[in-house]
Design a protein. Structure first.
Length: 406
């Protein structure tokens, strides 16, 4: 004997895409479920029907009603319009060198991502109707989709979301920006190479790095068919004494026309044209001058537009990868892959971190932190959070604290 379809309890019966009916255990009534593409969730209603045939009709009527209720948002109120206005405004600010290109890149990442970006999520929504609840649901969605994201990444999205709404507020489209809870951020100390007198001379990791680089060149070490030369050691020294980031937009972008040798004190004045924090002109330590002179001797036929390091590589990303591979091998040989205290992996960036720590410690606390931040292309807040507070106190710093001026 066949079962009566109106007394069976299937999980669900699809009506058409995004619409289905179902019945729960111990209930004789059918429910309808309709997918809300804007809110990214199902709307569930009871049909009050015990017959699947009548329930189907009720489901169709509900779906049609919901579609009628969803009037297209007028373009002047669409969230994506204010996204585009924000990007246009930011582009103009960056062009005037009033803000770094990095901020614009970060905004584009948040707004234009095809997978989870703000336009994909809120683009067709009416900016006047977006609430704190909508934002919370979005952030919860991102937590599930990208569980390994750092709080800083989520806060970048939050800041961009608020900036979009600020544009709408400035144009009097909305009166108030909804509350947007911030993710708690944990500051991880930056790994750096321990140096004398922070540690004894025999435990000086920084000197070990330089010595190993020199030895690799002498041994004609081959990494991926490319021999290690004395240029590796010079690059490591230059990062440490110039505070530049070891990236294709800073270190590997430097050309001879970007460098001037200055005196009193002896130093290089270098121009970073498109660094992480935008355009900057900065001083180096004296040791960087010797490195630059050796670079000029290494390539005596150089022209002003030629790159200083690895100029034979037209692709600067490739130049960077060559040094990264050689440095990775150096770390393996010295067994310095990870910082023993933080357990964080060492990279070329560790030399920049070492440079900042050296200035704070070796100056006995007398270095002007604002000047250091400007030179390194970072902020005082970053230096205090990631460097200064993680360094041990020494006698010179204690004297500096108790001084009454010269």
């Amino acid at each position: 004997m066949s079962k009566n379809p109106d007394t069976a309890s299937p999980k669900s019966i699809p009506i058409f895409k995004g619409v289905s009916i179902y019945r729960v255990s111990n209930s004789k009534f059918w429910y309808v479920r309709v997918w809300d593409s804007e809110r990214k969730k199902y709307t569930v209603r009871g049909t009050g029907e015990t017959s699947s045939i009548l329930a189907r009709k009720a489901a169709q009527d509900l779906a049609i009603t919901m579609l009628k209720e969803k009037k297209p948002v007028e373009r002047e109120f669409a969230f994506k319009l204010y996204c585009l206005k924000l990007l246009r405004n930011e582009t103009e600010v960056v062009a005037k060198n009033k803000r770094s290109i990095g901020s614009l890149k970060a905004m584009k990442w948040c707004i234009e991502n095809d997978d989870w970006g703000l336009i994909k999520r809120f683009g067709d929504r009416d900016v006047r109707e977006i609430t704190t609840r909508d934002f919370r649901e979005y952030m919860n969605y991102l937590d599930i989709k990208n569980p390994d994201w750092a709080p800083s990444s989520k806060n970048t999205i939050l800041a961009t979301f608020r900036n979009v709404l600020k544009v709408a507020q400035e144009e009097a489209t909305i009166d108030v920006i909804p509350d947007t809870p911030r993710s708690k951020q944990k500051d991880n100390p930056r790994p750096f190479f321990k140096f004398f007198p922070l540690v004894s001379k025999k435990d000086d990791q920084y000197q070990r790095v330089l010595n190993r680089a020199e030895q690799m060149a002498q041994d004609n070490e081959i990494i991926r068919w490319i021999p290690v030369t004395d240029e590796l050691r010079d690059i490591l020294l230059f990062i440490t004494h110039s505070f530049v980031r070891p990236t294709h937009s800073e270190l590997y972008a430097l050309r001879h026309k970007d460098v001037t040798i200055a005196a009193d004190p002896r130093r290089l004045i270098i121009t970073i044209r498109d660094g992480k924090t935008g355009y900057r002109v900065a001083n180096t330590m004296e040791a960087a001058v010797s490195v630059y002179n050796r670079a000029c001797e290494r390539y005596p036929e150089h022209r002003p537009d030629d790159h200083i390091f690895l100029p034979t590589y037209l692709n600067r990303l490739t130049a960077g990868k060559v040094i990264q591979r050689q440095f990775k091998k150096l770390m393996e040989l010295e067994k310095l892959d990870r910082d023993p205290i933080t357990n964080l992996k060492h990279s070329l960036y560790s030399l920049r971190h070492t440079a900042i720590c050296m200035r704070i410690l070796l100056s006995g606390g007398k270095v002007n932190i604002y000047n250091l931040a400007k030179t390194a292309g970072t902020s005082v807040d970053q230096i205090e959070r990631f460097y200064a507070r993680n360094l041990p106190l020494n006698a010179e710093m204690a004297k500096n604290l108790q001084s009454f001026g010269d």
